[in-house]
Design a protein around this ligand. Structure first.
Ligand SMILES: [Zn+2]
Length: 243
């Protein structure tokens, strides 16, 4: 038996039986972990508001090597009430958490994803002066794919490796990992040279100016890539299932 104390984010919670929950967390130390929460719905007192998404939590779990750990204790370490009271921010944060749930395998530490996700949630929380929420999501999505080994190449053809000159529009097939040149058959989707440059910068962790239309296009591209490598689906039941 192992006791785990870790920072975590709730990425799924589903009621079980009369009083219990199965909660899935993305944890700092162990990656994605699922846990039984006994009596969670009978006694609000025991876990308080600590079983809500978005806020950074600290958990104490007991791991007996089975599929599910047992949650012993949970508290909110870093509340993010600005996100939870703003629909646009909430939608973006919820998307990011669901991406992580679908893409990250269980019990595999992902320190890079933990860091990028925390940075994105903090940027969302800080206020109106930050970039538009969708631009933050696009950036996080590109970095998440890269962290998981599915990074998209916006600089050269993924088939023949021919580089695409800066500023030029190109075909993108996210399921195949990035650009496809005309000689290799192209793809259904094409993006402008400007958007391609922005994507290249974001993949490298640099800043890029991105309007909302461009950000949404990159989010679509990220989700195409994600669908090729996971069971990602837009309608997945959300973060919290209530009865
Ligand atoms: Zn090619």
């Amino acid at each position: 038996m192992r006791r785990i104390t870790t920072a975590a984010l709730l990425v799924r919670s589903v009621p079980v039986g009369e009083a219990d929950l199965v909660a899935t967390f993305f944890t700092e130390t162990d990656g994605k972990l699922a846990a039984t929460v006994r009596g969670a719905r009978r006694s609000q007192r025991r876990f308080g508001g600590a079983l809500e998404p978005i806020h950074e939590l600290v958990l104490r779990l007991v791991d007996r090597g089975k599929e599910l750990c047992t949650l012993e204790e949970a508290r909110v370490e870093r509340p993010r009430t600005r996100i939870t009271t703003d629909l646009a921010r909430m939608d973006v944060a919820g998307h990011a958490l669901r991406w992580v749930r679908h893409l990250c395998p269980p019990r595999t530490p992902e320190p890079g994803v933990w860091r990028e996700l925390g940075a994105m949630l903090e940027a969302l929380e800080r206020g109106p002066e930050v970039p538009a929420p969708t631009a933050l999501l696009a950036r996080f999505g590109l970095q998440l794919l890269a962290e998981m080994g599915y990074g998209l190449d916006f600089e050269r053809c993924v088939r023949c490796a021919k580089p695409c000159p800066p500023g030029r529009a190109a075909f993108v097939d996210a399921a195949r990992g990035g650009l496809l040149c005309m000689g290799c058959g192209g793809a259904r989707r094409s993006i402008t040279g400007d958007l391609r440059q922005a994507a290249v910068a974001l993949v490298l962790g640099r800043d890029a100016s991105l309007d909302d239309v461009g950000a949404r296009e990159l989010v679509d591209i990220v989700e195409e890539g994600m669908a090729a490598h996971s069971d990602w689906a837009e309608a997945d039941g959300g973060l919290v299932t209530r009865r």
